[in-house]
Ligand binder design. Structure first.
Ligand code: ATP
Length: 476
């Protein structure tokens, strides 16, 4: 087997083209010229996305006895976002190109500039320790002026301004009267505002967590990062509540870091060399957070945040108590002590998991001159492709159809009878289908079929009655 290309050599353009060609991801509203930072998931993509979400849910919700699930609304009471701080502080620092009027993130311009300095002199101590996350917005302005940073089009830029990422909309219950609401910027706040209803309606006892998967919306202006950064995206967020007096937060944090790492490397089969932990600096961390780590993945455009885990103390529940006037205290069932639980939050973007899975699975096989997606069978959109050797031979098609209908009750199967068999193999390799099953003339005589392995391209013949047990062993 040839080696997987290291992800540094894999370009985002290659992944974007493959994703479009094979029905994983399409640009949204393509017939109207597209919409910035917006993508649709095609037939293969939606299945891969669902498989990732199912694995997340099975591992973190149904697979644990200390977790429950939730599905809260995208539109929440607008006070939620005042309490959480999003209305005043959910900002990105924006600069505007003075000539083209295109907008850019000031922190991204600075980071790109610093990376260029480091490329020229990788050991320059001035930039080695530099972290743009430590700069306040005024300091970014001063940096841009001092180093005369220009926009990507080569023009001077304005001073950075805070730009709120929340999308606003309105609900109108009475004609003419409208009230402002926000599309949620994260799923977490629905968990906090339901805390009391969850403890009242279930038998959960601290420490326990609540997880949900759902859409979030952010008015992102940085373009060109494919599904890594979109306006609309799904998050998988967990709030893990505990008693700060009897539970050691550092241990809980370490446990979640291990679980996140195991999900990426064992469940999704990501190469650990492409993952790293990055601890937030004191200046970068939110004021209420005691410790925050990002699990970064080495995307084709460089290391980027995949999954964050933050110790948020009792900040959110306290804020919601203050803004709602309702008690969100927990009463210890043994001691009757009342207190506000603390929380550790592992939060991931499902589309960032998706992009990571695509990049990590990509392999160019130079020997056979083909692209192979080495997806784990549980992730692959289709686990099996069934073909009659040639089209227009009714006896072959009937036999293949019979096998296809039987196997699709157990496995995610696809059918293909177009063109020659070699082309069908190549297209399944690019979608990541682990096994192709072909019914040929010999099948009609002796009841055997050919199974071709995606990764090795090796073929074996098997009697039809051994298929189920064989597939169970290779596809699980
Ligand atoms: P970034 O710094 O990359 O903008 P963030 O620190 O603002 O991300 P969080 O607020 O911690 O992100 O959100 C939790 C997770 O949600 C992130 O780790 C990421 O996986 C995902 N996420 C955040 N913004 C987006 C987006 N615009 N598109 C896709 N996923 C996103």
């Amino acid at each position: 087997m040839t080696e997987t290309l290291p992800s540094q050599k894999l370009t985002l353009e290659t992944i974007v083209a493959l994703a479009k060609r094979r029905g994983f991801v399409f640009p949204t509203s393509a017939i109207y010229g597209g919409l910035a930072n917006s993508y649709d998931y095609g037939p293969a993509g939606v299945q891969l996305l669902k498989n990732i979400k199912d694995l997340w849910w099975n591992e973190f919700i149904t697979g644990r006895t200390d977790m429950v699930g939730l599905d809260s609304q995208i539109l929440l009471h607008p006070r939620t976002w005042e309490a959480s701080g999003h209305v005043t502080a959910f900002n990105d620092p924006l600069v505007e190109d003075n000539v083209s009027h295109k907008r850019y993130r000031a922190d991204h311009l600075i980071k790109t500039w610093v990376d260029k300095q480091l490329a020229k002199n990788p050991t320059d101590p001035k930039w080695l320790e530099f972290s743009v996350e430590d700069l306040k917005i005024e300091e970014m302005g001063a940096f841009i002026t001092e180093h005369q940073l220009l926009s990507p089009d080569g023009n001077p830029v304005s001073a950075p301004k805070a730009f709120n990422l929340l999308f606003e909309t309105s609900i109108g219950t009475v004609t003419g009267e409208k009230s402002k609401v926000y599309l949620r910027g994260e799923t977490a706040q629905g968990i906090f505002s339901n805390f009391k209803q969850i403890t009242d309606s279930t038998r959960v006892k601290l420490p326990f967590g609540v997880g949900q998967i759902g859409k979030s919306f952010r008015n992102e202006i940085t373009t060109g990062q494919f599904v890594f950064r979109t306006l609309e995206f799904e998050q998988g967020e967990i709030e893990y509540f505990f008693d700060p007096e009897t539970n050691d937060w550092a241990k809980i944090m370490a446990g979640w870091k291990d679980s996140m790492w195991a999900f990426a490397t064992e469940t999704l089969k990501i190469k650990s060399a492409n993952l790293r932990w990055r601890q937030h600096t004191d200046k970068e961390r939110s004021h209420y957070s005691k410790d925050t780590f990002d699990l970064d993945y080495n995307y084709p455009f460089g290391w980027g945040e995949l999954w964050g885990v933050a110790y948020r103390t009792d900040y959110d529940l306290k804020q919601h108590m203050e803004f709602s006037g309702q008690s969100l205290e927990y009463v210890d069932p043994v001691t009757n002590r009342r207190f506000i639980p603390h929380v550790i939050e592992p939060a991931v973007g499902i589309s960032r998991l998706f992009l990571m899975v695509l990049c990590d699975a990509y392999r160019f096989d130079e020997v056979k001159n083909r692209v192979v997606l080495e997806l784990a069978p549980k992730l692959a959109p289709y686990q099996l492709a069934v073909f009659p050797l040639v089209k227009n031979k009714p006896e072959l098609t009937a036999k293949a159809e019979e096998i296809f209908q039987k196997l699709r009750k157990t496995w995610r199967c696809t059918w293909d009878e177009r063109g020659n068999i070699g082309k069908r193999y190549l297209s399944q390799d690019e979608v990541g289908t682990p096994i192709c099953l072909t019914v040929d003339y010999q099948s009609l005589e002796d009841g055997t079929v050919t199974l071709r392995d995606r990764s090795t391209a090796d073929q074996v013949r098997l009697p039809v009655d051994q298929l189920e047990s064989h597939l169970r062993s290779v596809l699980s």
